[in-house]
Every structure is written in C-alpha cells, then in structure tokens.
Design a protein around this ligand. Structure first.
Ligand code: GLU
Length: 283
C-alpha cells in the first residue's frame, strides 16, 4: 500500500488537513506500506514557499514520518506537457480562448459538480482558426469529454468499503487540462502524479469525490492504473461549516502555539476524536 498527502502551499494547514494526513499515514503504516508527501505547487500565483516549510513542520509536529523527499509538482511540468501532447495527437483536447466573463455570460452554461459547465464555444473551431488564434490569444486546453468517453466507455472506481462507484465525467463538461496561467490543471497533474508515485490508495476529503469522476477518465485515456479511493468526511468548525484556510483558530500552527501536543492530536484524530466544537461531516 502506498498513500500520500498532497497539500497546496497556499495557506496554513488546519485540522481538516491533519485529519486527512493522519488517515493516509495510518492506513499505510497499518499495512506495512509507504506514506509520501506531494506539494501541489503548480499554481504560481497562489503558492508560497513559506507554506511548504510550514506544512512540513506541521506534519512533523503531528509525528507523521514520510518516505523520501516530498514530490514537487513544479518539478514535473515535462510529464504534464507530454500527456497533453498525447491527448492532442489523438484529437481529444482543443484550445479554448474564452474568458471567465464569456463563459458566465453564456446563458446556456448550466452548473456541474465543479462549477459552470463549459458551453463548448471553442470546441468546433476549424483547424485554421485554432492555429491563428493560438498564435495571438491566451488560451487553455480543454478535454472533449464526450469524445473521450466514447473512446473509453463507462467507468467506475472502487470506493473503499463501499464497492464500485460509477464515474460521471460528462457532468463536468469539457474540463480544463492546461490553464492559461499554469501548465496543467489540478486534475491532470494530480492524476499523473498519483500514477507516477505509485499511489495505490488515494485517501482525501469527500469534497474531492466529484474530481474522481474526471481523474478516472484521465486514467483510462492515459492508460494509468486506478487506485482505490477513500473519500473521508470533512472537519467542520463550531459553526458547522467545513474548515477553510482562513480559519486561523483551527490552524495547526495556532494549536501548536497554544501548547497542544501534536502526537496526541494525531492519535485522537486517528480515532475520530476531534477537539471540542469540531465535528466530522459528509458534504
Ligand atoms: N492539493 C489538493 C488540495 O489541497 C489535494 C489534492 C488531492 O488530494 O488529490 O486540495
């Protein structure tokens, strides 16, 4: 068994991150497997190096040891570009020149599990038009999801303890695989990395269940193995809302500063016991 914890260095880790990391770590340890850290740092505008160090210090404080050096997404851009090239060669992705405002203005854009479903404005541009605009305009690359599904057929994944769950990538519309401002989207990078790292069990928050629809499709298209998934409940604060990076009181740094013992906290989280006022809830 190989599990991972994959923080984005865009803020301080909080109790929800600790819960996720503890579950992934203890699943690997219980099975005599390995636990790895990945730093999801391809979002150049939001990632801060200071949060990388702070996150690793938080995990060490919890007593979670990991194998080897953390994997950095920013060091793996070549792999993301190569995967995109493969999909481009198979005509499964297309350049999209729409701005957020264009998409929001499109009355036909319904809402999907991950926001507005792209109305497909750029899907049917001619090859000549694409070439001309690629040279002149910022663009992202979108997966032609319907076409991709036609290639791979129906998909599902094993949700630990619950059997197979059907994947519904079509509900997401044509998802972005490479952003205007970043060489890969979370979906593409995360799917490729989990495969490259040899992750056998993806243990992460239930807020990411819908992402697994998309990750499963990318695995099928790119001939990658499918890990087992476990989407765990989210830690909610005293207001009943799931924690966010701005909830300073729940940050691991502030718990540490107030004298909480990290290893005791980890033992409690592993047993599903949260500090007073916090609870676990499925979204
Ligand atoms: N970096 C992602 C986040 O912090 C987690 C990605 C994942 O676990 O797949 O939300």
């Amino acid at each position: 068994m190989l599990t991972r914890f994959a923080p984005s260095p865009t803020g301080d880790l909080h109790l929800g991150h600790a819960y996720s990391a503890v579950l992934a770590h203890s699943a690997a340890r219980a099975a005599g497997g390995q636990f790895l850290i990945r730093i999801d740092d391809i979002d150049g505008s939001r990632s801060r190096e200071a949060y990388v160090g702070a996150s690793l210090a938080d995990l060490a404080w919890l007593g979670l040891a990991w194998e080897g050096d953390p994997v950095r997404q920013s060091a793996r851009l070549g792999d993301y570009a190569a995967a995109l090239d493969t999909l481009r060669a198979r005509d499964l992705v297309y350049p999209c020149f729409c701005t957020r405002a264009d998409i929001a203005a499109s009355l036909s854009a319904p809402h999907g599990p991950s926001g507005a479903v792209y109305p497909g404005t750029c899907r049917d541009l001619t090859p000549a038009e694409r070439e001309r605009r690629i040279a002149a305009e910022p663009h992202c690359w979108r997966l032609d999801t319907a076409q991709a599904l036609a290639v791979v057929g129906d998909l599902g994944w094993a949700e630990q303890g619950q059997g197979m769950r059907p994947a519904d990538p079509l509900a997401h519309g044509d998802i972005v695989l490479a952003r205007k401002d970043a060489p890969a989207s979370y979906h593409l990078a995360s799917t490729l990395d989990d495969a490259n790292m040899g992750v056998t069990h993806v243990i992460r928050g239930a807020d990411l269940i819908a992402s697994t629809d998309v990750h499963r499709l990318l695995q099928a298209l790119l001939d990658l193995p499918t890990p087992v998934y476990r989407h765990h409940p989210l830690v909610c604060g005293p207001d009943g809302q799931r924690l966010a990076k701005r909830d300073a009181a729940a940050s691991l740094a502030s718990l540490r500063a107030s004298g909480v013992a990290g290893e005791t906290l980890a033992i409690n989280l592993r047993a599903g016991r949260l500090p007073t006022g916090y609870s676990l809830q499925m979204p």
